[in-house]
Design a protein around this ligand. Structure first.
Ligand code: SAJ
Length: 408
């Protein structure tokens, strides 16, 4: 069996490496020559624990090679990005490009799996596009036909190599036999339960999981604004309410970051704009939270002619180095533009270089001790382990905006 994995990013590359480690002949495909070259040298082009060991082993044993060209294979796994366009509709152009490259290679009997997080109907769309290019390969359920399935990933960055093996997996077939075929492939490395359904339900399952979390975080974020207005401490409020046996409120924060939870709910809103009222509002509540934080900082800064603001944390969540789509980054960028008289010092133990967008506004990265020594205002944005050891004494009565409740 030969498997072609299209897209060697955070999901495609670990999947290619783990399949190859099971002795399967894998070709990884990516449009970026630098990624292909790195993989062929056995090097991982991004940070993910244990992936390097799997990759180096697979390349040395000759089970994994990479190319910019899509080869002929028995099975294809498409793991390309699905960003959203203006107006929040999903951009399917990367999936379409993958389909166009796969179609000429097919002889009949192949399995084509879409793993990218996709709006409902995307797997059918990919199948229709391939079949339009290859009308000779009718989509029948006999062995000469083609088999299409959706199998969304749900791995947590930083734990990918573990969760690929241990997580349960949803496999949705465009036909039941396609689901069975896809299941056999995932069984080679997945020890979790493999749950079969149709393609559209599988697409929705992934979107719904992340929307569930988004709506629940929005509830906590809205509570934090209400609590400020009525004058109660939101952290105490949530802690007390959570003693109820059937209440489990999440934690408010400066907003929702990352590339999944802040994106996926929009695909549901786009599919059912009139009906997805709660899901849309949750997105809007979470997206507007950074402005609420900025307004508090602006208010606190009014008492100073040249305020020195210590911003603690830049990553999108605790104990990681990822600053893409980070609400903390958005907040620091905005206060640097809005409070022109301020000097801003950023502290983040996981970030080694200040992003260009901040450097050009004069924002600097400093160690925690220096920022705390000099600050007029303390702005806590990420609950990194290093900050959790701080106490109220360290604040010395200075105005503090604590978006994560570590000084509760
Ligand atoms: N956040 C809060 N309050 C909370 C929990 C989270 O403000 O109580 C914020 C975080 O600070 C962060 C954002 O939400 O900015 C998202 O963080 P997260 O830890 O909830 O999720 P991600 O984006 O790291 O990973 C999610 C996971 N999905 C779910 O938990 C339903 C992961 O399993 C998925 O694989 C991943 O999205 C994905 O790729 O879709």
């Amino acid at each position: 069996t030969t498997v072609a994995v299209i897209g060697l990013g955070y999901i495609g590359l670990p999947t290619a490496a783990i399949l190859a480690s099971k002795g399967i002949d894998v070709v990884g495909v990516d449009v970026r020559q630098s990624t292909v070259d790195a993989v062929n040298r056995g090097e991982v082009p991004f940070v993910e624990p244990d992936l390097g060991t799997y990759l180096a082993g697979a390349v040395t044993q000759g089970n994994l090679t990479a190319s910019t060209k899509t080869p002929a294979a028995d099975a294809y796994i498409v793991a390309v990005p699905t960003p959203f366009k203006e107006g929040h509709a999903a951009d399917l152009s990367y999936i379409e490009a993958a389909a166009d490259a796969i179609a000429p290679q097919l002889v009949g009997g192949e399995l084509v799996i879409l793993e990218s997080t996709s709006p409902p109907g995307a797997t059918q769309h990919m199948a229709d596009r391939i079949l339009a290019l290859r009308p000779d390969l009718r989509h029948t359920d006999d062995d000469g036909g083609l088999f299409f399935a959706h199998c969304p990933e749900r791995v947590l960055p930083g734990r990918v190599m573990i969760e690929l093996v241990t997580n349960d997996r949803i496999v949705g077939g465009v036909t039941p036999r396609a689901a069975e075929r896809a299941k056999s492939l995932y069984e080679t490395f997945c020890q979790g339960e493999i749950l079969l359904t149709d393609a559209k339900t599988a697409e929705m399952a992934k979107l719904v999981e992340n929307s569930f979390r988004d709506v629940n975080i929005a509830f906590a974020n809205e509570l934090s604004i209400i609590a400020d207005k009525v004058g109660v401490n939101v952290w105490e409020l949530i802690e007390l309410a959570n003693h109820h046996p059937r209440v489990n409120i999440l934690q408010p924060g400066p907003g929702v970051g990352g590339h999944c939870i802040a994106v996926d709910p929009w695909f549901i809103v786009d599919a059912a704009p009139e009906e997805a009222r709660l899901i849309r509002t949750a997105r809007e509540v979470n997206d507007s939270k950074p402005e609420v934080v900025v307004a508090k900082v602006v208010e606190a800064a009014k008492g100073f002619s040249r305020p020195l603001i210590a911003a603690l944390g830049l990553a999108f969540k605790a104990d990681i180095d990822d600053i893409r789509e980070s609400p903390a980054l958005e907040i620091v960028e905005t206060i640097a533009s809005e409070i022109v008289s301020a000097e801003i010092l950023v502290v983040d133990p996981h970030v080694t270089r200040i992003p260009e967008s901040l450097a050009e506004k004069g924002v600097r990265l400093t160690p925690l001790s220096i920022a705390l020594e000099r600050a007029d205002i303390v702005l806590l944005l990420v609950d990194h382990a290093e900050f959790k050891t701080l106490s109220r004494e360290d604040l010395r009565g200075r105005p503090t905006i604590d978006t994560r409740g570590i000084f509760r």
